[in-house]
Design a protein around this ligand. Sequence first.
Ligand code: NAD
Ligand code: MG
Length: 402
Amino acid sequence: MTSETITGITILGATGTIGNNTLDVLSRHPDRYRVIALTANSDVDRLYSLCLEHRPQYAVMADAAAAVRLEQKLGTGADIRVLSGVQGLCEVASLSEVDYVMAAIVGAAGLMPTLEAARSGKRVLLANKEALVMSGSLFMQTVEENNAVLLPIDSEHNAVLQCMPARYSTGTMPAGVRRIMLTASGGPFRNTPTEELARVTPEQACAHPNWVMGRKISVDSATMMNKGLEIIEAGWLFGLPLDKISVILHPQSIIHSMVEYDDGSVLAQMGAPDMRIPIAHALAWPERRVHSGAESLDLLAVQHLDFQEPDVVRFPCLELAREAMRSGGTAPAILNAANEIAVQSFLDGILPFSGIPDLIEEVLNTCPVNQADSLDTILEDDRKARSTAGRYMTNSPSRAVR
Ligand code: NAD
Ligand code: MG
């Protein structure tokens, strides 16, 4: 700890939705937390205004030219060190004055700094699920070897953690657990006729019914690849095999997930769909004394809690993710890389929504899977999957949006 009472925090991905929610919770507790470092990709204006508001000691822009612009804008008076690139991100994830690292960069770009936080023995608040999906075994080993504390921010995994036996710590197989049930809203296209899915737009895909999120995870929610990634994430976090992780559609997003025990009890965690709740939980853990700012849950206003079986024909990404988990090794990294290319292509208007699972399946069928025992192999297979996906896009004009 930086002092007896003040906890130092780095926020990787401070300008994003999770970064924003984290800063909102922290600003309610200036006596307990000190923001040491804020990072962003390339949005200079946004990081500049966050710097003025939260006065970190460090600001990092992943983009080197953006870092130069931020430094000029801040001038010398601000007394904020500006760093850049992956090296800068890794540096602020491992500073001695930092106790907690909020890992909230989107996608594979978050892997290196998040892993660095684990290597430095920090409390890692993990929103960046892609990092764990890509490097599962290596990541969990790094956490264990360096006595880091890994706490999930993803609302489902945070809910599962809250429903686990007392003194449970992530990475171990929980005693007496029959299965966990991850809830899923089903996204904006839960009831859209499947023949219309080829024509849906990025704006429609990003209009999530219950949550306000970044564009990538919004599209992942619409294809349900988000839930697929979350199945893999849950496997690593809770040491559970695939047959103990089920998915249930729950359109209201009030129950955030459940744990069923051998004695037949089912524990559920409920709350308003507000990411400040899991963020406050992970900040306070193992205590519960951080106010999040979230509204009280009004069950009388909610009235109904509905449940449905997910439609595997409408959402083929769910099975693709399960298949990658069964294959093991670098298959989840390949799945993740193909998904990132497919989602970006959809957002750029060059791949129809219904082409996302097709592209991922082709890449999974093409790229050889290796043992995921070194970071180099994982990054190499990530690169190969991206170039394979890119090749398929250019070689199959029939795939393109018409
Ligand atoms: P976002 O798009 O709103 O923000 C992403 C952040 O990452 C931004 O600060 C951006 O500057 C930074 N970033 C992007 N590319 C980068 C790069 N190449 N190098 C360095 N930084 C980069 O995303 P979000 O919705 O806040 O999601 C962040 C992560 O949290 C994702 O992994 C997502 O799956 C996970 N998550 C989000 C939510 C949610 O409610 N938003 C819920 C659960 C999990
Ligand atoms: Mg989630």
